[in-house]
Design a protein around this ligand. Structure first.
Ligand code: SF4
Ligand code: SF4
Length: 410
């Protein structure tokens, strides 16, 4: 493929990045076989290879911004294509650059801009999100169907957090949506860690990792969240009682924090700190993989048959394939076989709101494969997937760490 990016763009860091990524792609099309949107649409422009070509044309100034936007919007950012690609094409980085260019080429329709604004002003702020969700639950009939489906149910009351009594300490990220919709997940984590002689430290007024803003192509506001988090977390990384890791129970948030080093690489004031933070963050499964979890768990038969849905952000983004499954198996949960485990469930951040038709198809397909083996419960590792699958699942859908907490021996 001939690539002729304009010299002005090529002289920038982004231009160089785009050029390098584009040159790696050999157009073999292996990635198309594992792309959820290509499977549903059967349109080359809704495949990774097609989107890479679209972005190339976009950056060369050869294509209409509206056409590119339509097909880039349909991309789930699931990164299944990256896992499949034999050439190591960093599709996600190229997509970020393509989306940024699309946004600069023209305004979206007013209704879409309003919805994006509403989400950016509410979801990343736990207090605002809690108030908004509570109001929405009272008058769901006033909301469009896509938002009605997305309202999280009222969260269950949570028990007391274990006292910070251990020498081993980790910082446990609260997140925005999860802290409102499912605070029981982090409480379960704190209890499991407490049984393993580790204390989970909560941060007062924790907040969004910046992923939502990043996914809605609002890179500047995402960077504001990232810098704020670095300032908030930094004191916990210093001193004699510093934490050994920053732990996330939402794989999308964990992936975003692992990417702080990349997003803030050109920020003279924060680049170094961002790199340290990215090196310290772990998905809770990474932390527990090295711990004797099975020693503190006793599974009873009726709880044991589980279908695990690996979020895209865990398996394709963080490349933590099989880690949760291994922990659950060691703890003697029975894992049912799930077909097409590499495919996205359709949650994908705000995808279910902006692409409801494709999202619902993916959700239905995913639930069919998860429930085919008659599990007693579905487990996952990301709040977005959990809330999305819960909407229509016929068995309980839980975070896998809750399964462990339910079976603690003390
Ligand atoms: S992204 Fe990778 S798998 Fe897809 S066409 Fe390019 S080289 Fe092939
Ligand atoms: S990120 Fe997912 S939806 Fe987007 S092109 Fe890659 S495989 Fe397809």
């Amino acid at each position: 493929m001939q690539i002729q990016l304009p010299d002005e763009f090529l002289s920038t860091e982004k231009g160089q990045t785009a050029n390098n990524i584009l040159r790696r792609c050999v157009h073999c099309g292996f990635c198309n076989a594992t792309c959820p949107t290509y499977q549903l649409q059967n349109d080359e422009l809704d495949s990774p290879r097609g989107r890479i070509y679209l972005i190339k044309q976009l950056l060369e100034g050869q294509t209409d911004g509206d056409i590119a936007r339509e097909h880039l919007d349909r991309c789930l950012t699931c990164r299944s294509c990256e896992t499949t690609c034999p050439s190591g094409v960093e599709y996600n980085r190229l997509l970020d650059i393509g989306r940024e260019r699309v946004e600069s080429l023209g305004k979206r329709p007013l209704s879409e801009r309003l919805l994006r604004w509403l989400l950016l002003q509410s979801v990343p702020f736990p207090k605002r999100f809690a108030v908004g969700a509570s109001m929405a639950r009272r008058v769901p009939f006033l909301l469009p169907k896509v938002l009605r489906k997305a309202i999280p149910p009222r969260a269950a009351a949570v028990d007391q957090w274990p006292a910070a009594r251990h020498a081993r300490r980790v910082l446990l990220l609260d997140g925005c949506v999860q802290s409102v919709a499912a605070p029981e997940i982090n409480l379960a984590t704190a209890r499991v860690l407490d049984n393993l002689d580790m204390s989970a430290i909560q941060i007062p007024d924790g907040g969004c990792c910046g992923a939502l803003n990043q996914h809605l192509s609002s890179a500047e506001s995402a960077a504001v969240f990232m810098r704020r988090n670095i300032d908030t977390w930094w004191p916990y990384l210093e001193g004699s009682d510093r934490v050994e890791a920053i732990v996330s129970t939402a794989s999308a948030c964990g992936l975003q924090v692992k990417d702080y080093a990349h997003y803030l690489r050109l920020d003279k004031q924060y680049a170094e700190k961002a790199a340290k933070i990215s090196g310290l963050v772990k998905d809770v499964s990474e932390l527990l993989a090295a711990e004797p979890v099975a020693d503190v768990i006793s599974v009873v038969g009726s709880q044991a048959r589980i279908a695990f849905h690996a979020p895209c952000t865990l398996q394709h983004g963080q490349r933590l394939t099989g880690v949760v499954e291994s922990i659950l198996t060691q703890c003697e949960f029975e894992l049912v076989t799930v077909k097409d485990g590499h495919l996205c469930c359709g949650a994908a951040g705000t995808y279910s709101i902006f692409q409801p038709v494709l999202s619902e198809q993916l959700q239905a397909n995913k639930l069919a494969t998860l429930q085919a083996g008659s599990p007693t419960a579905i487990a996952s590792a990301n709040i977005g997937c959990l809330l999305h699958l819960r909407q229509d699942a016929v068995v309980p859908v839980k975070h896998w760490i809750e399964l462990l907490a339910d079976c603690l021996t003390s």
